[in-house]
Design a binder for this molecule. Structure first.
Ligand SMILES: Cc1ncc(COP(=O)(O)O)c(C=O)c1O
Length: 421
């Protein structure tokens, strides 16, 4: 199939400034481009005297004609911004506000272009994978990972998953395992790193985070490495020793063969789960990033069509509010309180499980003794104890302390003991 001339144009531009990023693209990534279709033409005409471009119902002067029951609920929000379509890359205000937040976290972010707005973090990962992951490619990841990666990389994109043990013997993050797993894959390779992690609730130390970065950069010395940083649980850390900064910052423009992707958003960071706003940033030069965002816009048009205006407006409102930092901290402290209660409840040794190291995020993981099947235990807990937990493979169970009352934590562990016995 011959490439559309527009795609050829984007690829030629990439080839001139970063041939390895062009080479890293999947066939779909190579085909993608933002077409000069309706959203493009409408954008060009936005300041025209008469705008007869886009199929959104307005009063003819660019204002929506909202229906009263919805409008009455949203009187404090800017009607036009909330009811009308948003640019395909997302609202400039949202993209700039999130970028500013990231630059305040780490100044190295200043060299990175504005990201693409996505419909949640899962969508950011999936869109990054659409751009770079070819049929049959391999992704390297720790053996304890968010189960949805199976859907994204294996089921949807027919990828191979190569795993390594998450923890070292001393309980730290196993960056040597990552190194060996990367070395075991010849040619282009992908990796995904998620800290604090789902399902382990673990974030490495600051020193180990630098080691992980070294391993990833070293792996890119002689072949292409696409590194997904899934920062869904950013900020939720409860121990001084645990790194709070994203690995992504360590990877920005560190090697021409390395394509770092940052996937993050409002879901957990600002506790707006139903808002479905996240960001995909590329840790490459701004020029290259802009072309990749253009390709993302093509993928958005081919998929969800556009992103959600109202949630972006609400995100901007939240970030601009002087109470924002204190509010984020308020939520973190609620979780920290539960985290400490869970640590205490689990401090009494049990012959039925061992507790895997955790210091952040929303979860902890218990490894069950031989003879207890995680799925059977999960079902028994529902039936006999009216307790819901998640089984992770055959040997582990995941406890989500983020969604429990503090006073239910001891009863949960007691119920677990009973069911295991
Ligand atoms: C590790 C990880 N990444 C990504 C996501 C997806 O977040 P979102 O709900 O924004 O798609 C989750 C959600 O549970 C997650 O645990």
């Amino acid at each position: 199939m011959s490439l559309h001339p527009e795609a050829q144009d984007r690829n030629a531009r990439l080839s001139a400034i970063s041939p390895t990023v062009l080479e890293a693209l999947s066939p779909l990534g190579k085909r993608s481009f933002f077409p000069k279709g309706i959203p493009f033409q409408s954008g060009q005409a936005k300041d025209c005297r008469i705008n007869a471009t886009i199929g959104q119902i307005t009063d003819g002067s660019g204002n929506p004609i909202p229906l009263a029951p919805i409008a009455e609920k949203l009187t404090s929000l800017p009607t036009k911004d909330v009811f009308l379509y948003t640019p395909i890359q997302g609202r400039e205000q949202s993209r700039a506000a999130w970028h500013k937040k990231l630059t305040e976290e780490d100044a190295r972010m200043a060299s990175v272009g504005l990201g693409q707005v996505t419909a949640g973090i899962c969508h950011a990962i999936s869109m990054g994978a659409d751009l770079f992951f070819s049929d049959g490619d391999t992704i390297v990841l720790p053996d304890l990972y968010w189960d949805n990666y199976d859907q994204i990389f294996n089921i949807r994109l027919n990828g191979k998953m190569v795993t390594y043990p998450f923890y070292r013997e001393d309980g730290g993050f196993n960056y040597d395992g990552l190194k060996h797993a990367l070395a075991s894959v010849k040619g282009k390779v992908h990796t995904i790193l998620n800290f604090p992690s789902n399902p382990t609730g673990f974030s490495p130390t600051h020193e180990d985070m630098s080691k992980i970065a070294e391993v990833v950069i070293e792996a890119a010395r002689d072949r292409i490495v696409v590194a997904f940083c899934d920062d869904a649980y950013h900020g939720l850390v409860y121990e001084k020793t645990a790194a709070t900064k994203s690995l992504f910052f360590e990877l920005i423009e560190k090697h021409p063969n390395l394509v770092p992707l940052k996937c993050d958003g409002i879901t957990k960071e600002i506790a707006f789960f139903g808002g479905r706003v996240a960001f995909l940033h590329f840790g490459v030069s701004k020029e290259v990033s802009d072309i990749l965002v253009d390709k993302c816009k093509g993928l958005i048009r081919a998929g969800i069509g556009g992103t959600v205006s109202i949630s972006q407006v609400l995100l901007e409102t939240e970030l601009a509010d002087p109470r924002h930092t204190a509010e984020v901290e308020r939520v973190r402290l609620i979780l920290e309180d539960r985290y400490l209660a869970l640590k205490q409840a689990l401090s009494k040794p049990s012959r039925h499980w061992s507790v895997l190291p955790f210091n952040g995020g929303c979860f902890c993981l218990l490894k069950l003794r031989d003879g207890i099947d995680a799925e059977a235990l999960r079902q028994k807990l529902i039936k006999d104890e009216s307790v819901g937990i998640v089984s992770q493979g055959q040997k582990h169970i995941r406890l989500a302390f983020c969604s429990m009352r503090k006073e239910d934590i001891f009863p949960l562990i007691e119920a677990l003991e009973r069911a295991c016995s």
